[in-house]
Design a protein around this ligand. Sequence first.
Ligand code: 13P
Ligand code: SF4
Length: 332
Amino acid sequence: MNESWKSIGYADEPVPVGINLKEEIRRMCKEKNAIILAHYYTAGEIQDVADFVGDSLALAQQAAKTTADIIVMCGVHFMAETNKILCPDKKVLLPDLNAGCSLADTCKAEDLAQYKKEHPEYKVVAYVNTSAAVKALTDIVVTSSNARQVVESFPKDEKILFAPDKNLGGYLNAITGRSMELWNGGCHVHERFSINKIVELKAQYPNAKVLAHPECKAAVVALADYVGSTAAILKFAQKDNSDTYIVVTESGILHEMQKSMPEKRFIPVPPEIAAGAVCSCNECDYMRMNTMEKLYNCLKFEWPYVELDEEMREDALRPIERMLELSERLKL
Ligand code: 13P
Ligand code: SF4
C-alpha cells in the first residue's frame, strides 16, 4: 500500500465551510468525467452520492465497462486494485488508502507462492478479497455471487485450493460436494456475528427470514433461510413475500434494503460483544473509512490513487477476466 499520501494529508484536509458536499461531489464528477462506485457496506450517504452501488461482482463489471476517465472506488483497497487491473489507463481513486480488508490480509503472496511450490498439482481459486499480488498467482478469481458456478466449472476430481476465506470455501464444499483445500482466512466482520442474538431474534420475530452472507461461520449459515452475496440477499428480499428479515451481513446493506422496500422490516444482527455494550449493528471499519469529506477531497485533488506494477497487473488480469467471461456466459 502506498503510504506517502499520509504525509501530504489531502484526505484529512478540512473541506470549505458551508458547502453542499453532495452537490460539489456531483459537480466534480461531471467536470472531470469521473464515476463513483460504492459497495453496499459503505455509509448510506456515500451510497446515495454514488453513480453505482453494488456487490463485488457488479462493481468489477461496472469498472470493466465504464467510459469515465476517473473511477472513485468507495470500498476497500482490493476493490480499487481490481478496478486498476481492469482499467490500467484510468485513474483509480480510493478516498482512504488505509481502507484495507482483514480477509485479504490473511493471504500473503509469498505464502501462497510457497504453497504452490509445495503443491504444484493444485489449481488456485481465489476470492476477489485478495491483493493484486495474490490474484497474480491464481487460476481464477471468484466473488460470492459466482463462486459456486466457478467451482462447478472445474472437473469433479480437480485438486483445488480455495483461498482465503475458509467459511465461504467450506460453504462451497458443502453445496457442491467438492473437497477443496481451504486457506485459513476469515473476515473479522462476518466471523463475529452473535449466534445467541440470531436465535433470540428468531424467537422474537418468528415469521422473519434469516438472510446470511457465506463469509459467516458455518453455525450461522446453518440458521439461515437464504445464503448469498450482498446483491443476492437484496434480490431475494425483493422477490420474497415475507415482511421481516434478520440480516446477517455488514449492516450497510440495510440502507438499500430499506430504501427499495420501505414496507418491509430489516433487522441487523450485532456482533458478539462484551456484556452491557449496546450495539445493534456490525460494521466494517474499513468500509466506513469512506466519508463524504474524504470523497470530496480525493475528487478535488485526484489523490490518493492506486498504482500497480505492470507485470503483476497483467498476471492478475487473466484470472479476473476468466471470472468475468464465465459470469457473462452464465448471465450472472
Ligand atoms: P460481496 O460484495 O460479494 O457480497 O462480498 C462482501 C464483502 O465482504 C466485500 O468485502
Ligand atoms: Fe474485508 Fe470483511 Fe470488510 Fe468485506 S466486510 S471489506 S471481507 S473486512
